[in-house]
Design a protein around this ligand. Structure first.
Ligand code: BDR
Ligand code: CA
Length: 313
């Protein structure tokens, strides 16, 4: 199996951090070309710093990390310090990065990589608001047919929303960007809250991370310790949902996940339901399917994979 070439577009975020670590720990399946950062959970200066902290934690100070868009296409930025803490990566005590940001803008990097690789060989993995990806598609429409697939975390249907009653955070922050991506014609796999709320870090699962006894295992356990308080209070759940690692786990073992190929449209007009992913799960319209909308996962298989891979770092 040749490793799949990906660009991770991210706003770390503890769960983004775990998604990145999982990818970097899995070189047989995933070849991370670069990491592009976007404003989301916290402002861009912090997301682009946190991505470098995570690369250094993984021993990958050679990774190219680019800063991208610092605000949504046409709105003020909404952030999520109430979930992720002031730094976006609250929990573990990790040193400031020494590696510099790569020179240039994340959007130009995405365009350049898609133009220089053969068509259908680069997958985009957005883990935050879709501003960088939509901006790249607006600036260089020719890249749409070169993307192999977009595998993203965002949206929700049966679970509703987590930032408003109907909207999930990543889509809500930049609904116009999400609309561009979902209408792009690029094959899309969506990890909505419907599946990510089933990827819960229970106490035994977090104990398994900590028991690795490595800097990575201990840091991941501290991240989820911090991150879980929000979901425990809000949903009464057993622990933190590992939203973004569902994306990188899917690339390693898609058989852990199941969903439906359906039409998904983004609400960009109504203030009440802004950013809702209107997912035609029951196929009640004749709108053309544009995404694999994932609904379920083998949670034990997912956590075994994650623990086994994190142990490698
Ligand atoms: C998504 O929003 C962020 O808070 C997480 O990092 C994840 O990407 C979950 O709604
Ligand atoms: Ca994220």
């Amino acid at each position: 199996m040749t490793a799949r070439k990906i660009i991770i577009d991210t706003d770390p975020g503890q769960d983004d951090a775990v998604a990145i670590l999982l990818a970097l720990a899995s070189p047989e399946e995933i070849d991370v070309l670069g990491i592009t950062c976007v404003a989301g959970n916290v402002p861009l200066d912090l997301t682009s710093k946190n991505a470098r902290i995570v690369c250094e934690l993984a021993g990958r100070s050679d990774m190219s990390v680019y800063a991208g868009c610092d605000r949504p296409l046409g709105r003020d930025l909404v952030t999520a310090e109430h979930v992720h803490g002031k730094t976006g990566l609250d929990g573990p005590n990790l040193p400031d990065p020494t590696m510099p940001l790569a020179e240039g803008h994340a959007v130009d990097y995405i365009i350049e990589q898609l133009r220089t690789h053969p068509a259908g060989t680069v997958t985009l993995c957005p883990l935050g608001p879709l501003t960088n990806i939509a901006t790249a598609l607006q600036k260089a429409p020719d890249i749409a047919e070169k993307v192999q697939e977009i595998v993203l975390m965002g949206g929700g249907y049966f679970e509703g929303g987590n930032i408003t009653p109907t909207a999930e955070f990543n889509i809500y922050v930049d609904p116009e960007a999400a609309d561009i991506v979902f209408k792009s014609g690029i094959p899309i796999v969506v990890m909505p809250l419907d599946v990510t709320h089933k990827a819960l870090v229970t106490k035994p699962r977090n104990d398994a991370f900590r028991a690795l006894g490595t800097p990575v295992g201990v840091a991941v356990a501290a991240m989820t310790d911090f991150f879980e308080r929000f979901d425990k209070e809000k949903y009464g759940s057993e622990g933190a949902p590992l939203h973004d690692p569902c994306v990188t786990a899917y690339l390693i073992n898609p058989d852990l996940f199941s969903g439906r190929h359906i039409n998904v449209e983004i609400e960009t007009q109504s203030e009440l339901t802004m950013g809702m992913t209107v997912a035609d799960w029951w196929r009640v319209t004749d709108r053309t399917p544009n995404a694999l909308f994932v609904g379920n996962l083998d949670a034990d298989g997912f956590f075994s994979l994650l623990t086994e891979r994190l142990a490698r770092l």
